[in-house]
Structure formats: structure tokens, C-alpha cells
Design a protein around this ligand. Structure first.
Ligand code: AMP
Length: 569
């Protein structure tokens, strides 16, 4: 019986899970160090296999220039760095693929056969980051069944054990650099199948543990300056570095202790500073309040009150701070649950993988053996355990814990998507076709006319943004001082993510109708244009500057197929 796997590809730690014979999620242990987690760090040792995990992370003290960490922050982003080791250039996608590969290799060494997976990503990830995450999976030789939002996975893991009836669940996810809240509706249909539906999402992708770290740093500097009778502005750079190095640990310490002392040595002097949780909390109360403001807005948008919510589930490392639990508890008394904060996402991903697999199996049976083409990457040579005939597919469903068997998890778009359409000779606006909150897979179309007689080709620029108002769906560019069009409002997160060209036959008259179809899955966007005069069409899967082109991807897959990873130096 084939197995499927769920992978939480985290900024600092990653986790791989599968389902046991009863359909319950279980973690595949990292045998390199016996832990449930794999540190998301890669050490490119001179002349050996890349080393992934805690050992790699610790190597930072000895050879910092050969250790790469935190690549998730840059995956699919325009400011992604590259790294060069032994004449091979790596980027966040290929480094992520090594982390995925390490998990696959240590699982396979224990008798697993990791091929078909679901990988999770933050809910705020846009199209490019999702496509890049999927590419990392492909390069690692995995068949990525789906990309699922982290809070959705956490909710799935929680619901599968706890509920037999309808519930509303809020997932409050405060990580290292981001804050996400998601409101779910969990229901059970007449046949006993679970349905998890996202009602509303919100948050801030620039608010997280590092903001608490920054306040802790100020707090420690202030104490140090006071003890030495100097002004905070006069702290030596070396002292600042020493304090910085202790900041995160001090924050974590105060999650369990009411107070703790630290010693900072500088220039032969030792300064003892005492920190208290009470002081730290009063210095960071406004940050907690910011998160709670998002919670209020979320409830307001959903037309709900705290009473309507049955469970407030805390996820993410920063929810270990007692002040977070207290703040959420104050609004949702007796409804706060903290469970498996490190493992919940991977376990939920394993459930999502099984649900997705079973859906594919049913499609293969229904289509009499035709595998349903991946809408995003139709012709990839994928290594999968999925059966290729209806006969083989019979009985190939994976056992999932009762309530999730035949269950569905709906996911929603986190970006609105639309083509740019010209409003006069030179200026264009984005005409959103798909919207934030549309259920995935989503599809929409519009018909546009060609602009001039004898137009040789059309070029459809494709944009993502976070406009939600369907009545006001156009995004107008503003004009900068040079007279250039700029989509400058960062709050709208407008980003061009690709384009599609199609040649037009000679003598095409102005106003010739072109149908444009946008089809989006959790992983990516497919755009099709059809000339309705002659039926010709062009089609593209959006890959952008910040993901790899089909050729680059092919090349990376071939090259990385031979790279082995190691858990030891
Ligand atoms: P995540 O992205 O969910 O792994 O969360 C990482 C963040 O959680 C980092 O900012 C950590 O400093 C923070 N974190 C982890 N453990 C604790 C703790 N015990 N107390 C406070 N913050 C923590």
C-alpha cells in the first residue's frame, strides 16, 4: 500500500509526516539526531555531499560562509540571493530542494518510499512563492500533490481528532516574522465526512517573533547602559553585538521564567543585568494588541462575535509567550488550545496529502485510467506512486482517520488575479478576474477586443494584488514624477507575475474578440487566450522572474538527481 507524506518546509525547522495504518498522522523521525525536526540549514562542505540539519546549523560557528539558512524568507521573491559553492550556483529554490531531499532520504532509509507529497506554505504566500515551493519539491524528485496553507494544515490536524460535529475554529499563528489568522468552518455532512472551509483570513506578514526580539534588544541595552551609568547611545558596537547574540534566548527564557539574569562581558568588565517577564511584557504589550486588532477585524469581516468561535488554536513558535495565550484567552475564555506547536502543520499536511491522493484515485477510476493532468505542470516527468490504470487504482485509496475519509478541505485564493487592459492608447488598468477568497480551483474569463487594425500580436500582462471589492475591481496605475505608470500602493501588493503573447493573423480588425481564461490552483495560474474569430489559442503557465523557467527547472532536476545529502559531516 502506497503512502503519502506531508511536509512542513519551515524557515528554521522542517518536519515530515505520514499516516499510520489507522489513518492517523505520525511523524517520520529524523534518525540523524533522533528528533522529530530537521533544522532547515545546509552546510556546503568542501568536496562532500551537502549536509542538512542540526549539524549544518552548528557548523555556522566554524565556517559561517558555507552554511545557508532561512531561505524560505526569499523563496520566489525578487530579492532572492544566490550562493556559490564549488562552482555550483544555488538559489533559495535549490537550497530548499536539498532540505526536502534530506527528509526524503532519511525517511527512505527507514523503509519509506517518499514520492507523493503535500508541502505547506504560509497563507500569505503569493503565486510566485507557491510556484517556487513546488519547484523545490520537483527538483527533490517529489510529486507535489498540492501546496496547502499552514493554518489549514494545523486546523486539519486538530479537527481530525477532536470533532464529530460542526465547529468554528480560529487559528492564531504567530511565527518568527509573520502573523496569520484564519477562521475555519468545520462541518460534517450526512455521510459523516468532514468539510473544512476557510471563512476569512487576515494578518500581517511583517509582524512576528523578531519584533519581540527587537524590543528585547532595546530592553537589554537600556539595562546595560543603566548599570554602567552611561547613555544608551554610547554603547560600543562590540557590546551591541554581544547583547544581540543573547536577545532571542532571553526572550525564550522569559516564556518559562518570571525573571533571569544575564552577564555581558566587555573589555575585561562583567555587567550583570536582570530582566523580568513583567517588564518585557509591558514593553511589548502594543505588539500583542496589534495582533488582537487583526483578530477583531477578522471577526467583524466575517460578521461574527467571539462567542461564535468554538476553538482558538495557537500555532507558531511565538505563541509560547504566555502573554499571547493570555491575550487570546481574554477574548476567547476557555477556548484556547495549544497543541503540537511544532508538529501540527506537518501532521495536517499528511492528512491533506491522503485526502488529495484519494481524490486523484477516484478521478483515475472515473476517467478509466486517464490520470488527470496536473493543471499547472501538465507534462512533467514525475516520479509517483499514483496508479496509471483504473484497475490498479481500485482499492488504492489510503486509509484516513474516519471522519476525514472522503473529507474535503477547501482552500481559497490569497491574491486577486487579472490581466492589464488598455483604457486608451497608452494607459492600462488591471481588470481582476479572480479574487482573494475565491475557492480553489478557481476559473474566470472575459472577452476583450484587439486595440487597433492590423495588430500583429497581443500581449497579456498578468498581475496579482489583494483588491477584494468585486464592484471596484479595477486597479488603476498612478503616474510617477517621470510620467511612468507605477503601481505604487504597497498595501495592494500589486505585482506583475508574467505575460502571455499570441500572434494575430494579418488584417485582424480592431475589436476582434479575444477570450481570456484564468485558471488557478493553490500552486499556480494558467492563462489561456483564444482568438474567437479563428479559434486559435495560446496558453501559458505563469512562471516568473522569481521562479525557474521550464528549461532551468529541467536542468536543475537533472543535476540535482545525482546529489545526495547527508546528516553528518
Ligand atoms: P516558527 O516560525 O513558528 O518556527 O516560530 C519561530 C519564532 O518563535 C521565533 O521568533 C522564535 O524566537 C519564537 N519562539 C520559539 N520558542 C519560543 C519561546 N519559548 N518563547 C518565545 N518565543 C519563541
Amino acid at each position: 500500500m502506497a503512502k503519502v507524506y506531508g511536509i512542513d518546509l519551515g524557515t528554521t525547522y522542517s518536519v515530515i509526516a505520514t499516516l499510520d495504518d489507522n489513518g492517523m498522522p505520525e511523524i517520520v523521525v529524523n534518525q540523524d539526531d533522533g528528533s522529530n525536526l530537521l533544522a532547515s540549514a545546509v552546510y556546503f562542505q568542501d568536496g562532500g555531499d551537502p549536509v542538512v540539519g542540526e549539524v549544518a546549523k552548528n557548523q555556522k560557528d566554524i565556517e559561517p560562509e558555507r552554511v545557508v539558512e532561512f531561505v524560505k524568507r526569499y523563496i520566489g521573491k525578487s530579492d532572492a540571493p544566490t550562493y556559490e559553492f564549488d562552482n555550483i550556483t544555488y538559489n533559495p529554490i535549490t537550497v530548499s530542494s536539498l532540505i526536502l531531499k534530506r527528509m526524503k532520504e532519511y525517511a527512505n532509509a527507514q523503509g519509506h518510499d517518499v514520492k507523493d507529497v503535500v508541502i505547506t506554505c504560509p497563507a500569505y504566500f503569493g503565486n510566485e512563492e507557491r510556484a517556487a515551493t513546488k519547484q523545490a519539491g520537483l527538483i527533490a524528485g517529489l510529486n507535489v500533490l498540492n501546496i496547502v496553507n499552514e493554518p489549514t494544515a494545523a486546523a486539519l490536524n486538530y479537527c481530525c481528532r477532536e470533532f464529530k460535529e460542526n465547529r468554528k475554529i480560529m487559528v492564531y499563528d504567530l511565527g518568527g516574522g509573520t502573523f496569520d489568522i484564519t477562521l475555519f468552518d468545520f462541518s460534517v455532512d450526512e455521510s459523516g465526512n468532514a468539510l473544512i472551509d476557510i471563512i476569512e483570513t487576515g494578518g500581517n506578514d511583517r509582524l512576528g517573533g523578531i519584533d519581540w526580539d527587537a524590543r528585547m534588544y532595546d530592553y537589554m541595552c537600556e539595562k546595560y547602559a543603566f548599570e554602567n551609568g552611561i547613555s544608551q547611545d554610547d554603547l560600543d558596537v562590540e557590546v551591541q553585538h554581544k547583547i544581540k547574540a543573547q536577545t532571542e534566548q532571553a526572550k525564550k527564557d522569559l516564556s518559562t521564567l518570571q525573571k533571569k539574569s544575564y552577564t555581558i562581558s566587555y573589555d575585561g568588565d562583567r555587567t550583570r543585568i536582570e530582566l523580568t517577564r513583567e517588564d518585557f511584557e509591558s514593553r511589548t504589550q502594543d505588539l500583542v494588541e496589534q495582533t488582537m486588532d487583526f483578530v477583531s477585524t477578522l471577526l467583524e469581516n466575517a460578521g461574527l462575535s467571539p462567542n461564535d468561535v468554538d476553538v482558538a488554536l495557537l500555532v507558531g513558535g511565538s505563541t509560547r509567550m504566555p502573554m499571547i495565550k493570555d491575550a487570546v484567552e481574554a477574548v476567547f475564555p476557555n477556548k484556547v488550545r495549544v497543541e503540537d506547536p511544532d508538529l501540527a502543520v506537518a501532521k495536517g499536511a499528511a492528512l491533506a496529502a491522503a485526502i488529495q491522493w484519494n481524490e486523484r484515485i477516484r478521478q483515475i477510476i472515473d476517467n478509466d485510467g486517464e490520470t488527470v493532468a496536473d493543471p499547472v505542470n501538465p507534462d512533467e516527468k514525475i516520479d509517483t506512486n499514483l496508479p496509471t490504470s483504473a484497475a490498479e487504482a481500485k482499492g488504492a485509496e489510503i486509509a484516513v482517520i474516519d471522519i476525514m475519509d472522503g473529507g474535503t478541505v477547501s482552500d481559497k485564493l490569497t491574491r486577486s488575479l487579472g490581466p492589464a487592459v488598455f483604457i486608451d492608447e497608452e494607459h492600462y488598468m488591471i481588470d481582476n478576474l479572480l479574487f482573494v477568497g475565491d475557492e480553489i480551483p478557481a476559473e474566470a474569463e472575459a472577452v476583450y477586443g484587439t486595440r487597433v487594425d492590423n495588430q500583429a500580436e497581443i500581449k497579456i500582462k498578468v498581475f496579482e494584488n489583494v483588491v477584494t471589492d468585486r464592484e471596484n475591481k479595477y486597479v488603476k496605475p498612478s503616474i510617477d514624477e517621470n510620467g511612468d505608470e507605477q503601481y505604487t500602493d504597497p498595501a495592494l501588493k500589486v505585482k506583475m507575475i508574467g505575460d502571455l503573447r499570441m500572434e494575430l493573423p494579418p488584417y485582424t480588425v480592431k475589436g476582434t474578440p479575444i477570450r481570456v481564461v484564468f485558471r488557478s490552483s493553490a500552486i499556480g495560474l494558467e492563462v489561456t487566450a483564444t482568438n474567437l474569430e479563428n479559434g486559435e489559442s495560446a496558453n501559458t503557465t505563469i512562471t516568473t522572474a522569481n521562479t525557474m523557467t521550464a528549461n532551468e527547472l529541467d536542468e536543475a532536476r537533472t543535476r540535482f538527481a545525482n546529489i545526495k545529502t547527508s546528516g553528518q559531516i
